[in-house]
Design a protein. Structure first.
Length: 742
């Protein structure tokens, strides 16, 4: 595998509060290798103890990973990121990457420290617990206390309770100094660290106020008027956090800009307590909500001040993200009328969509957005239709590389859509469309075809043959037929769709032009490169006339025209056309646009085809560096460039180096996509050819024979890739004196 990036730090470690009191010191200090589980009620300081330990010990280890462990997907994503860091491997399938990291933990000589913070359900993390090996340390925080689920021979449990009297006193004196009533306040609040921190923040803001003054104020609160009579906090106490919360939020709400702290905390109470992007809390939908009933519109500065006021009262923590304790969230939600939740849920969901980038370059930020979308109670997001955040979170899950998680996510979404909206609702049909797509992207092209056949039948029944969504279903079905190996069937289907789109939309409609593009591509894949080149030449002329020379669709048509020239036997002309297109894309789209990067890849490919192997190698190497920077290591285009770079190395006279690079890529693609994915199978084919050219024709023939068996099983005997493998196998068998493959 490629080299890793050690030393490496992953995850946002919470800041250690002023007056921190060391907890579980003996247990943590004895942790040379092995694991410690800090178990206790909410608010007792488990996370703070872990954070302080990490800050003290980070210099002793090469790898630090802080993972919020409230869900399996969080842990999978965190472990996958660490795997990419320690190996340098490209990660698309997070589940396989997570397992790869666990293997690394048990065998590495590098010192590491992992924190699984706030484990909600130990059973959900089955198979995901890092084992310390000889160099690892694991710290777990959880409210659960089942030894049989949490403790092992290498992972011991220790209970963390409320502060002792000495710790309470030391904490309050560390924050407030020597003021009257410290012992009385600590006893009143049951020595609960979270409540003490909020009380101390309040007292510190009031010059001349003592702890005794706070005690009197606390006792004067009429809780029964603020919270339901049967409300009990997750710490088992009804009054402690509720009362400190009520005093603190009242104080925060009185600070300038007055009246914004409480509604801001209300929105935060619906999101992920372990990390909310600050950009979400200052987005347009949040500002509009905060402006409701306010004299003046609320801007980003005012929203940021409201967050600062909440922080001053220790109701939230803010570093690079905003965090709010689950107890504070519960106390906030407890006073909300149920009829407000639908509106608030939509505000928060709108805010997430508003700040969700189209291209997810920051994988940690994207994971945080998904966690916040998951934290929302989705029962309020199905009226009057499916909120876009549910679709956006699913797409993010797939594009992040967790394609095998994207399929069950969309299966669940389809089930809920049928239950909430009915089988014929437009959003139910969209959910089914997305599920079919991710099935295909996960490697099940045949399953995608079947799903689109069924979806098309329903679109015809519900919407009629001429509805735009019916036509799109036909388009998607044709596409996956081509992917599954039926290029001729795809071309025939696109030709029929084109006839209908001309009749319904007219010859110059963008959808009509896109169908002409798809038809030309399918004809090329079906073996008609010259007809494809002619079709693209006509399409470019029409798109320039209708859309203008700088329209993205015009640029796409020019790219396809260049490719068709190369496929029809003119790679030098294709390279020249790509170079001209690249100049225009740099001007129109900029250097980091995905289409610009794609054109650079095509240019490198055609340089290789035209015999300029050195130029192609330079172009692919430079492109890979930029794709890693812009798209990240998990993007499919980055993986494709690794493949193309390796193949070009082989063609330029270094088949051994190409074989080594393809072997690394095969490990990653098997781990990422699974052994039967078409891209994995294609990598095996390229690797076998390079091994043969590197001097191992017998190994090449053996590898191709094994590949052919798998392709016959997964793709069928008539798929173009299967037929190509037969030809390659016959070549290498003849090379070593064996008869052709039957």
């Amino acid at each position: 595998m490629s080299g890793g990036r050690l030393p490496y730090r992953s995850g946002a470690v919470p800041p250690v509060v002023q007056g921190f009191q060391p907890r579980a010191v003996a247990e943590l200090e004895s942790l040379v290798t092995g694991g410690v589980v800090l178990s206790g009620l909410g608010g007792v300081g488990k996370t703070q103890a872990a954070a302080e330990y990490v800050r003290r010990k980070a210099g002793e280890v090469e790898l630090v990973g802080w993972i919020t462990a409230t869900s399996r997907s969080n842990v999978v994503g965190g472990l996958a990121e660490l795997y990419a860091a320690v190996t340098g491997a490209v990660v698309d399938d997070a589940e396989r990457a997570a397992r790869g990291f666990l293997d690394w933990c048990t065998s590495t000589a590098h010192a590491w420290l992992i924190v699984l913070d706030d484990v909600a359900d130990p059973g959900e993390l089955a198979g995901l617990w890092p084992q310390p090996g000889t160099t690892g340390r694991l710290v777990v925080t959880t409210r659960r206390n089942e030894p049989w689920a949490l403790a092992t021979d290498t992972r011991r449990m220790t209970s963390l309770g409320v502060f002792t009297e000495r710790e309470s006193s030391a904490y309050l004196r560390g924050v407030l100094g020597d003021v009257d009533g410290i012992d009385e306040l600590a006893e009143l609040l049951g020595h609960l660290p979270l409540a003490l921190s909020q009380a101390a923040a309040y007292v510190s803001m009031r010059p001349g106020m003592s702890c005794l003054d706070y005690v009197r104020k606390w006792r004067s609160r009429a809780l029964k008027d603020m919270f339901p009579g049967d409300w009990v906090g997750v710490d088992g106490r009804r009054d402690t956090v509720a009362t400190t919360w009520s005093i603190s939020i009242e104080a925060a709400d009185q600070l300038e800009p007055e009246g914004l702290a409480r509604p801001m905390l209300t929105l935060m109470s619906l999101l992920d307590p372990n990390g909310i992007p600050l950009s979400v809390l200052t987005s347009g939908p949040v500002l509009a909500y905060l402006s409701t009933g306010n004299g003046d519109p609320v801007d980003e500065d005012a929203a940021a001040q409201a967050l600062g006021n909440l922080r001053r009262l220790n109701l939230i923590a803010v570093d690079n993200v905003a965090r709010v304790h689950a107890l504070v969230q519960q106390a906030t939600r407890a006073q909300l009328a149920q009829d407000r939740l639908p509106k608030l849920s939509h505000v928060v969901a709108d805010a997430l969509v508003d700040r969700w980038p189209e291209v997810e370059r920051d994988t940690e930020h994207a994971a945080m957005l998904r966690n916040n979308a998951t934290a929302l109670t989705d029962q309020y997001l199905w009226e009057p239709h499916c909120h876009p955040v549910l679709f956006r979170a699913g797409r993010s899950l797939g594009t992040s590389g967790q394609v095998h998680a994207a399929v069950p996510y969309h299966e669940s979404l389809v089930t809920k859509a049928i239950q909430r909206l009915g089988p014929d609702h437009p959003d139910t049909l969209i959910a089914r469309n997305n599920l079919a797509y991710w099935r295909g992207d996960a490697g099940d092209a045949v399953g995608a075809v079947q799903a689109f056949v069924e979806l098309l039948a329903d679109h015809l029944r519900i919407l009629g043959p001429d509805h735009p969504r019916t036509l799109r279903s036909r388009n998607n079905l044709a596409h996956w037929r081509g992917v599954s190996g039926d290029a001729a069937g795809a071309a025939s289907a696109f030709a029929e769709i084109l006839t209908d789109r001309i009749r319904i939309l007219g010859p110059d409609h963008p959808d009509t032009l896109r169908t002409r593009n798809n038809l030309a591509v399918a004809r090329g894949e079906a073996g008609d490169p010259f007809g494809t080149a002619s079709a693209f030449a006509e399409l470019v002329a029409d798109r320039i006339r209708i859309l203008g020379p700088d329209h993205p669709d015009t640029l796409t048509a020019r790219n396809n025209l260049a490719s068709s020239r190369g496929q029809s036997g003119d790679p030098a002309g294709a390279a020249q056309a790509c170079a001209e297109l690249l100049t225009d894309q740099l001007r129109i789209l900029g250097p980091d646009h995905p289409h610009t990067l794609a054109t650079r890849g095509n240019l490198a490919d055609w340089l290789s085809g035209a015999g300029d192997s050195a130029g192609a190698l330079r172009a692919f190497t430079d492109l890979l560096a930029d794709q890693l920077r812009v798209l990240g290591p998990d993007h499919p285009h980055t993986l494709a460039t690794r493949n193309n770079l390796a193949v070009t190395r082989g063609q330029s006279g270094d088949p051994a180096g190409a074989a080594a690079a393809l072997a690394e890529l095969l490990l990653d693609r098997t781990r990422i996509l699974g052994p039967d994915h078409p891209h994995t199978l294609a990598t095996r084919s390229n690797l076998a050819s390079c091994r043969g050219r590197a001097g191992d024709p017998t190994g090449a023939a053996q590898a191709l024979a094994e590949l052919l068996t798998d392709q016959l099983r997964t793709l069928g005997p008539d798929h173009p890739d299967t037929l190509l493998t037969r030809r390659k196998l016959s070549y290498w068998r003849n090379h070593i004196g064996l008869p052709d493959v039957v």
